[in-house]
Design a protein. Structure first.
Length: 658
């Protein structure tokens, strides 16, 4: 292996050596512990240390790194106390996730590390978001993110590169091409000569770097960091290396030809570099012994601390309490002159006033800038807030949601507009796996609102009409808001934006231009988790939300004799069960109406909760009315019968007469 010292000083040369040696020694110890059954799983980065350490040392301490499962050298380079790392791997409280997630799946603001989630790809977009925040704050920082070559086959990789290039974000994308993705060799993973050739297609710079040569890694990345800090831009790096052990220890390396392992063993980044330093007289055998002894002591002492720590105990309150970031709702009372405006205008007004209120708030979505979005919610926003805060995105829901997470990590707020709620399926993974789980996992907020223009009744067919709130109400960590009136929409959107937790904000398209209401002109908030009794009656309770509220009102107007309680839930997570139980206890009959198809809809949960807690108050079986168990169809006659409006009227009359 050829090493070029260039202008690196002796201290740096030694730091790089020690930087690699430490994770190697930790790993050697972990392999022993694994054999002794003292740890459960290990992903080895042996032979790949030069990449983690070279990149980490090239970055400044206040620049974020987003590592993968083989990047122990990143964690040790940031000087995380070893006992905390060991505690993390043992699921102990002094780790980084209170025993809630394993191995390298954690982040830490203190050390500016944002660890992976298992799904590999999303963090590439998180890096985009962090880099966007740096760019907007003109802070001249680089963000580095890792992926294996296997991970480059995920759509997220391509979306992340494209977004970074279109927005010219200061991200270094580091591919560790180590020959295998689990058991899959590179020839079955991709069909281009070099992975970096893809950079050309995205219009970005790239380099191939010998990932086993620490001086090449450090020098090239250091050079790039300096250049990017001066002139922000994304760069794709392909580090050539090899995975010397199994995917994880249990899976072995049977499928890897012996010849390859032998070839690459000769290129070991540590032993080669050590020989080089010895030859140059920069290191002596005695010094090596001394360094090793120091690390061995540090490892033993860290292990002792971690092993001595008791296992985490289960505390129900703590577990439930950590799902969401604390949020103290600040009531801003409605004031200012009220005007009778449309639902769509109320949302636009709320969003605009929130943009004025939160300078760090960024809105992103397809066609939302000059065009104003397909529903014109953000019309005129570019003139008021500029294109850096009102951002058109390419068509890449997944990476935009991940980028919103990155903005939040870097201290900003994001609102993402789904062009139609249906398209959220293309951004589903980061919502349910990243945004929803981050606070529970490592105490980090996900200050993101996803706006969801949803709902049927307009003959728009199966892909522009869905109301898919149940996909999200099921996922702990998300909040779900679904207003029915302009007044509520504005106040609840403002609160959703204030709230540091991820909120799915459903906006029924059928209400946008048909429903009017009095809305105060100034900024105000409304609390999440409070249902609203729209009509008060004595004989039956109707519980619904969104378009359902208006269907119920229409039917009740036709039947003035039915004195029903009409409860508009307004938010589905948190859900105001107290209000539901209160109305049921008063009327003794409950009819739940929702536009979502019935099975697995929120109505099922409300129904069981009512059965469980106020069965004795019921004078009739609880009834649910929802859409049919089919996709939502296009033709008028089909859609009308798919939707539950007519069935609701029949059910109401039947129940009233029960
Ligand atoms: C979306 C997703 N699919 C599959 C997996 C299972 N899985 C975990 S790591 C891995 C291989 C990753 O290969 P690569 O990106 O090359 O990284 P390496 O392990 O080689 O460092 C697979 C298939 C996963 N974690 N996430």
């Amino acid at each position: 292996m050829r090493y070029h010292i260039g202008d690196l000083d002796p201290q740096r040369l030694l730091d790089l050596y020690q930087g690699m040696l430490k994770p190697r020694m930790i790993e050697e110890k972990m392999l022993i512990l694994l054999r002794q059954g003292k740890i459960s799983k290990w992903f080895s980065g042996m032979g790949q240390e030069a990449i983690s350490v070279g990149v980490a040392q090239a970055l400044k301490g206040d620049e974020y790194i987003l590592p993968m499962h083989r990047n122990l050298g990143v964690f040790t380079s940031r000087d995380i106390p070893l006992h905390r790392l060991f505690a993390q791997w043992q699921g102990k409280a002094s780790g980084f996730t209170k025993g809630r997630d394993r191995s390298f799946h954690f982040g830490t603001q203190q050390y500016k590390i944002v660890g992976m989630i298992s799904h590999l790809g999303p963090q590439l977009g998180v890096a985009d978001g962090i880099a966007l925040a740096h760019m907007l704050k003109r802070s001249k920082r680089v963000t580095a993110v890792f992926t294996g070559e296997g991970g480059t086959s995920e759509g997220d990789f391509h979306e992340a590169l494209n977004l970074a290039s279109v927005w010219n974000l200061p991200v270094i994308f580091c591919i560790e091409n180590n020959g295998y993705g689990l058991s899959t060799p590179t020839r079955e993973q991709y069909n281009c000569e070099n992975l970096v050739d893809r950079a050309k297609g995205y219009g970005m710079e790239s380099r191939i770097i010998d990932g086993n040569n620490i001086l090449e890694v450090f020098t090239k990345v250091d050079e790039l960091c300096k250049a990017i800090r001066k002139r922000p831009r994304p760069v794709l790096l392909e580090f050539r290396t090899f995975r010397m052990r199994g995917h994880e220890e249990a899976s072995g390396t049977k499928y890897v030809p012996e010849k390859l392992l032998k070839e690459w063993a000769k290129k070991d980044p540590i032993s080669n570099y050590e020989t080089f330093l010895l030859e140059k007289g920069l290191l002596t055998p005695e010094k090596i012994e001394e360094i090793k002894k120091g690390f061995a002591q540090e490892i033993e002492s860290g292990l002792k601390t971690a092993f001595d720590e008791p296992a985490v105990n289960f505390d129900l309150e703590r577990e439930l309490g950590d799902v969401y970031h604390p949020f103290e709702y600040q009531d801003v009372a409605p004031k200012g002159e009220s005007k009778n405006i449309r639902f769509v205008d109320a949302i636009s007004q709320g969003l605009e006033q929130s943009m004025y209120r939160h300078n760090e708030l960024i809105v992103m979505g397809q066609d939302i800038a000059d065009y104003g979005g397909v529903f014109k919610i953000t019309e005129g926003f570019v003139d008021k807030f500029g294109k850096s805060r009102v951002r058109n995105t390419p068509i890449c829901e997944s990476i935009v949601v991940s980028a919103a997470m990155g903005l939040s990590i870097a201290g900003m707020k994001a609102v993402v507009e789904m062009q139609f709620a249906d398209f959220v399926s293309s951004g589903f993974n980061p919502i349910v796996n990243y945004l929803a789980k981050t606070h529970y996992r490592w105490d980090e907020k996900a200050d993101v609102v996803i706006r969801m223009p949803c709902g049927g009744g307009m003959g728009a067919g199966p892909f522009h009409s869905q109301t898919n709130e149940a996909w999200f109400t099921k996922t702990p960590g998300l909040k779900v808001v679904y207003p029915a009136f302009p007044f509520d929409a504005k106040g609840l959107l403002n609160t959703a934006i204030e709230d540091p937790n991820p909120v799915l904000f459903f906006e029924h398209k059928g209400l946008y231009r048909n429903i009017y209401g009095e809305v105060p002109s100034d900024y105000y908030t409304l609390p999440l988790g409070q249902a609203n009794l729209v009509r008060k009656g004595e004989s039956i309770s109707i519980v619904t939300y969104g378009a359902g509220v208006h269907w119920a009102l229409e039917v009740l107007d036709r039947h003035p004799d039915i004195d029903a309680d009409l409860l508009d839930l307004r938010t589905l997570q948190p859900l105001d069960m107290e209000a539901v139980l209160a109305t049921v206890k008063r009327t003794g009959k409950l009819l739940i109406l929702h536009e979502d198809s019935l099975f697995g809809g929120i109505g099922s949960d409300i129904s069981s909760a009512v059965m469980e807690s106020c069965f004795e108050f019921l004078d009739a079986p609880v009834r649910r009315i929802g859409s049919l168990e089919t996709p939502i169809p296009f033709a008028k006659a089909l859609e009308e019968n798919y939707l539950p409006k007519a069935r609701f009227e029949r059910a109401l009359l039947e129940m009233y007469a029960y």
